[in-house]
Design a protein around this ligand. Structure first.
Ligand code: PLP
Length: 445
């Protein structure tokens, strides 16, 4: 196979400042510059930075023992985190891992093992969607629909069916926005039938698409229809909530708001809040039952699965989220934050859409708000926004390629759950100013 290499424009080529310390929603670099963390980095730092309670919990565990290997010991933090997560998510079983890609990888394997346990070895195929991001390991990369991040590895990835993104701002050709959910669900069923249901293991999707789409929530009714289609055809439903889950959207599971429970789900980022690497694959009793009865347990995991100090960090983060009613904070401030973002960008003609859920909002920038035509990728608008914001002391999460894999500019704003109203105002103001500068720069170039 020979093709023209697609260079990455996201990889940072300039030299980076050295991070020095952080407190609350602010980060300081080694030169003394202060940044407001408007995106929790890559939607991770849900409690902000320098939380002493979390640090103390991890230190206390390290002082006892850092790691009890999973085939030798269980531990209080592992058991406590398992119950916290089961209670918060309604998913009965869990495997704790070191991040999102490992979590997704385990979700895919649990789905395969479920079908193997039931004697359906032909169910090996995954269906996913375009404009999705599931991670950087080969399995997770295979199910991802993110051209720029995949192109260099094509030819070595698993065969996966990729469906249209379910995005009411950019519905499939010929589909009215209000029919997007139904049309995309029908596309899933058509693909299951085309492949033969007996060949399909699972459908994996992000309930609110993160980096690849810019906080695109499932259209109304979509997740319910997908749930019914999966059940009808014996296909498992995997919700990848690595970015949108663990409370980011104002409910512990993003999909809770669609009234749907998946069979398997991944979570990471906000689970440990970045204090220590942590992710999880969660699965329902229905999925566990045949696996446990045939194999005795799930055949996934690594040396550091269920790492004791990592679980202790996760327990502390999850306790604080619950005790301090941080999801209520998100739910009550979201409408005000939307108004602030709209106000701060009202005289920017290029803001085409503001969308998302909870503290997981994004702005899409377009050349023409009527036709929704994006700027050409060569303008590097989202990179310009990132750089202008950073120079102005704001960390946000711009991403590109959301329209067709190459073109498209979105800016994700996903502040820590502890962010107050005044700080949200500061973020919105800085963002508005940074977008204006970036557009001026682009037009002058
Ligand atoms: N899934 C989703 C939805 C993500 O957003 C990401 C990372 O951004 C991943 C999986 C991969 O997670 P990680 O980078 O922790 O491996």
């Amino acid at each position: 196979m020979s093709a023209v290499p697609l260079p990455s424009i996201t990889i940072v080529s300039t030299s980076l400042p050295k991070v020095a310390w952080g407190k609350g929603i602010y980060i300081h670099d080694a030169d003394g510059k202060r940044y407001i963390d408007g995106s929790s980095g890559p939607a991770v730092y849900c409690l902000g930075h320098g939380n002493e309670e979390v640090n103390d919990a991890i230190k206390a565990q390290l002082d006892k023992i850092a790691h009890g290997y999973r085939y030798t010991f269980t531990s209080d933090p592992l058991e406590e985190l398992s119950s916290q997560v089961a209670e918060a998510s309604g998913m009965e079983k869990s495997v704790f891992l070191t991040g999102g890609s490992e979590a997704v990888e385990s979700c895919l394997k649990i789905a395969l093992q479920y079908h193997s346990a039931r004697g359906e070895m032909s169910r090996r195929r995954f269906i996913a969607r375009e404009r999705s991001w599931h991670g950087n390991t080969l399995g997770a990369l295979s199910v991802s629909g993110f051209l720029e991040r995949k192109a260099a590895f094509e030819g070595a990835l698993m065969p996966v069916s990729h469906l249209s993104p379910a995005n009411t701002y950019r519905p499939p050709a010929g589909v009215a926005p209000e029919n997007t959910g139904e049309a995309c669900a029908a596309e899933l069923e058509a693909e299951i039938l085309r492949l033969g249901a007996e060949k399909v293991a699972a459908f994996i999707f992000e309930p609110v698409v993160g980096a690849a789409g810019g906080c695109v929530p499932a259209p109304p009714g979509y997740a319910r229809r997908v749930r019914d289609i999966c059940d009808k055809h014996g296909v498992l439903m995997i919700a990848d909530e690595v970015m949108c889950g663990a409370g980011r959207c104002g409910t512990w599971r993003a999909l809770e708001q669609d009234g749907v429970k998946p069979d398997i789900m991944s979570v990471a980022k906000g689970l440990g809040g970045g204090y220590i690497p942590l992710g999880a694959a969660l699965y329902s009793a229905k999925v566990a039952e045949p696996i446990f009865s045939v194999y005795g347990g799930v055949m996934t995991g690594h040396t550091f699965t269920g790492h004791t100090a990592a679980c202790a960090g996760g327990v502390a983060v999850q306790k604080i989220i619950k005790r301090d009613r941080l999801l209520e904070n998100i739910r009550s401030l979201e409408p005000k934050f939307r108004v602030m973002l709209r106000e701060a960008t009202k005289d920017i003609a290029e803001v085409g859409d503001i969308r998302g859920r909870g503290f997981f909002l994004a702005l899409e920038l377009v050349k023409n708000t009527m036709t929704r035509e994006p700027f050409a990728a060569a303008n590097r608008l989202y990179i310009r926004v990132r750089d202008c914001a950073f120079a102005n002391g704001l960390i946000c999460y711009p991403s590109g390629g959301n329209v067709d894999g190459v073109n498209g500019d979105v800016v994700i704003i996903s502040p820590p759950y502890i962010t107050n109203e005044e700080q949200l105002g500061e973020i919105a103001t800085l963002l508005g100013a940074s977008i204006k500068q970036a557009i001026q720069q682009m037009k002058a170039a």
